[in-house]
Design a protein around this ligand. Structure first.
Ligand code: FAD
Length: 496
């Protein structure tokens, strides 16, 4: 019998995961990717013979005993033999010369927080207890939530019961509000630095539980190799990957997705189409706004409660040995603006821990969260203005790094600055948002199904289906959509 054909738009982690699971379930799979290489936002590149990592700070799922590890292993991202660099601490903060470490190990973390906030024992205990409770979190990886039956819900509910009180308490309080309960100003500052203040505490507890179980490291070789391994797995199973092949439209007929139309005008027929690209681009460009989606429209229209995650990433080549400096440290700087956002601190990531990335140098990567206004500002610039702006930001940061790391002009060189325009240009990311909506305390409903009302045989996968996005969400929404299609064909879902 002829195999059914699935066309996937986008070779990011979600698209490739959907592709791999679809191949394991006996579908014919083709992925069309606009960029010259697979990986989407999970990528890296070279400037001046120096590797810049464009993504991985940590990825949840690196502990072989964890829930996500088997899925990462199935898609070839890493396995038990891959060298994983553990995340010994979430971050370090230099606050007025006092170095505070937000350890992954809970005993060390508690001791450190008590050291800086001895009068805040109660709140520190609550925080540690909250992290421990969150270790019972279960991600619905097996199947999409709308396809779970009563027994699935009961099984998941029983496992998650111990975290329920913490979840109910902390999902509606922001990190900033929690921090303000501290008597110690230093502790308050530390909590406020730990995650964006408007994120709900739930998000911080989730990250910390993963770190505390050593389930959020990075694989040797960085993001570029990570994505290449997944692409190799996809191809080794017989998947066809077409890079440098942008999709122009999704072809529809009588409310049925029938295939895709490439930029070249060529039509490619499919039994199912999965869009693993940015959801705004999918609905408004690829589907030409023909299918009203209330769920997303509500979010796009109410950006105040559904803010986006925009960043710039400044990268520097360092030829002096800086391996004695921490992997991450945040320090205060002379305030400067990126768009309307006032930048008061920098938090470089020192890549010298992974010697396979570079031979004669190392990279410092500075990821900075910026406001939505930057997108409009940069969009209105011409090429020359845009380049000049990037250089000016890159050089401002350079001076601060030289000062903090005690480097001279001979030791360090500004390499590159990505902006929201970069993410829009390469990945069609909505307003250049590198992740999905922020999960604040008043955000809209969390999870979508990926289905579009009125359009059959079509599904959306990827980080926008479940805010705030990130690689694990790209991973399991990709798997979910392969599950959904397999079940539409009344077949049992195979995981190997
Ligand atoms: C600086 C930075 C740091 C990050 N750090 C982390 C981290 O430490 N941990 C973590 O978990 N996550 C991190 N992330 C987030 C993570 O990279 C993303 O959540 C994830 O890669 C999203 O995967 P995706 O498949 O959903 O989407 P994408 O990666 O955006 O993939 C979509 C793909 O679709 C392609 N595409 C778009 N339009 C078309 C078209 N018309 N035709 C064909 N192809 C098209 C794009 O080129 C892209 O390849 C980081 C991201 C950035 C930018």
């Amino acid at each position: 019998m002829d195999k059914k054909k699935i066309i996937i738009i986008g070779a990011g982690i979600s698209g490739m995961t959907a592709g791999i699971y679809a191949l394991l379930n006996d579908f014919d799979v083709e992925i069309y990717e606009k960029h010259t290489i697979p990986g989407g936002q999970c990528t890296g590149w070279y400037r001046d013979n120096c590797y810049i990592d464009g993504c991985l700070h940590w990825v949840v799922g690196t502990n072989p005993k964890g829930q996500l590890f088997p899925i990462w292993k199935t898609i070839g991202a890493f396995d038990e033999n891959t060298k994983i660099y553990e995340t010994e601490y979430f971050n370090k903060y230099d606050i007025d010369g006092e170095i505070v470490t937000f350890y992954s190990d809970l005993n060390k973390l508690k001791a450190e927080l008590l050291r800086i906030g001895p009068d805040d024992k109660k709140i520190i205990n609550k925080f540690i207890k909250g992290i421990k409770a969150y270790r019972h979190v279960r991600i619905p990886v097996e199947k999409p939530m709308d396809m779970m039956n009563i027994f699935d819900y009961m099984k998941m509910g029983i496992k998650m019961l111990p975290m329920l009180p913490a979840y109910l308490k902390y999902t509606h309080i922001t990190v900033g509000e929690f921090a303000e309960k501290c008597k110690s100003k230093l502790l308050e500052k530390t909590f406020k630095k730990a995650l964006y203040e408007e994120f709900n505490l739930h998000s911080l507890l989730y990250i910390m539980q993963a770190l505390s179980l050593y389930d959020a490291g990075v694989a040797e070789g960085g993001s570029l190799k990570f994505a290449q391994r997944v692409a190799n797995k996809f191809k080794s199973l017989g998947g066809k990957l077409y890079c440098n092949t942008p999709v122009e439209k999704i072809a529809t007929e009588n409310n049925l997705a029938t295939g895709i139309i490439l930029n070249s005008g060529e039509f490619k027929a499919a039994d199912y189409v999965v869009s693993a690209t940015d959801v705004h681009y999918t609905l408004y460009n690829l589907l030409e706004n023909k299918f009203e989606d209330e769920f997303y429209n509500k979010r796009f229209d109410n950006r105040e409660d559904n803010s986006l995650t925009l960043c710039v990433l400044a990268s520097y080549k360092v030829t002096k040995d800086i391996s004695s400096y921490p992997k991450m440290i945040e320090f205060d700087v002379k305030p400067f603006n990126i768009g309307k956002t006032v930048i008061k601190e920098l938090n470089p990531r020192n890549y010298s821990f992974d010697k396979t990335l570079n031979k004669d140098c190392t990279t410092l990567g500075v990821l900075i969260r910026v406001g939505d206004d930057l997108y409009d500002m940069l969009k209105n610039m011409n090429k020359v203005e845009y380049q000049a702006y990037k250089n000016s930001i890159g050089n401002t940061i350079l001076e601060e790094i030289k000062r903090y790391y005690n480097l001279t002009d001979d030791d360090i060189k500004f390499l590159d600055l990505t902006t929201p325009i970069t993410y829009e240009r390469y990945c069609n990311a909505y307003r250049g948002s590198y992740q999905s909506f922020v999960t604040s305390s008043n955000h809209e409903k969390l999870m979508d199904t990926g289905l579009v009302k009125g359009l059959d045989n079509f599904i959306i996968a990827g980080q926008w289906v479940m805010p705030p996005g990130g690689l694990p969400i790209a991973l399991f929404t990709g798997r979910h959509e392969a599950y959904r299609i397999t079940r539409m064909e009344h077949k049992k879902f195979k995981t190997k």
